[in-house]
Ligand binder design. Structure first.
Ligand code: CIR
Length: 253
């Protein structure tokens, strides 16, 4: 059964890291309600949900995707680029230990899980303010023995590679071409977001469906036109913290 690791929101979310967005007040209760609906969507999509230990002192702890990269054969515990986020990884490591052999990104390299997009046996790694070239190399050293190829991809204008592109079906990528060059995503079929919805490239694929924010109806129509089921969730409160739908879970398939 597919497992989804999640973590409840910290009451300190209002002091989260922000890179490309201006700070706006976050309504904690509304964010909690939206997170609960997201977790319900994970369950409804067939996941067994495991709650990580709460980390009230970690403002960004809800964005569990950044703490690990989970593959079929191994899970890699990251070294997040923002020092404030490094205390988040030990609890993720403990939760993954029963399910996977573990590897890690070694200092001084940095890598956020949000910068790693798997498509088949290729791991695209966004080079960003959070993920260094050394991070991509450190990841490659761990995963190449399992047959994965790591390809570094420049990203500009957004936080993570997966803010700019996600895989919504086998070999089908949803892309914001202003933030990542589709030509770098070799041999994959791409569809573009609607230009009026720059943050719309992040969808969480679970089987044949995509969990997707209600804020992007025009791009949702493009996804549906591909014959893909869209399960909508309200996610605008955590979007103020620069988080999107993939960020809030670690999927152990
Ligand atoms: C951060 O800047 O680290 C958080 N405020 C948002 C992290 C979002 N995570 C993701 O895109 N994977």
């Amino acid at each position: 059964m597919t497992i989804a690791l999640v973590r409840e929101l910290s009451p300190r979310i209002g002091t989260c890291e922000l890179t490309h967005l201006a700070r706006e007040p976050i309504d904690l209760e509304r964010a909690r309600r939206q997170h609960a609906s997201y977790v319900e969507a994970l369950r409804e999509s067939g996941c067994r949900v495991i709650d990580l230990v709460p980390l009230p002192e970690a403002p960004d702890g809800v964005f569990v995707e950044d703490a690990a990269v989970v593959l079929d054969e191994i899970a890699i515990i990251t070294r997040p680029g923002a020092p404030s986020r490094r205390p988040e990884t030990p609890s993720v490591e403990a939760a993954l230990r029963p399910f996977r052999a573990l590897g890690s990104i070694e200092a001084p390299a940095t890598l956020d899980g949000g910068d790693v997009l798997r498509s088949g046996a290729v791991l695209f790694v966004g080079i960003t303010e959070r993920t260094s070239h050394e991070g991509a190399l450190s990841l490659a050293r761990v995963v190449e023995p399992f047959g994965y190829e790591v390809r570094s991809v420049p990203v500009a204008g957004c936080l993570h590679l997966k803010s700019a592109v996600t895989e919504i079906a086998d070999g089908l990528l949803l892309v914001n071409p202003d933030w990542v060059d589709p030509a770098r995503l070799a041999a994959r079929r791409t569809i573009s977001i609607d230009p009026a919805e720059p943050f719309a490239a992040n969808g969480l694929r679970l089987g044949q469906r995509v969990i997707y924010a209600t804020a992007f109806p025009k791009t949702a129509a493009r996804i549906r036109a591909e014959g893909i089921e869209v399960r909508s969730v309200d996610a605008d409160e955590l979007a103020k913290a620069e988080g999107a739908v993939t960020c809030c879970s670690l999927i152990v398939a």
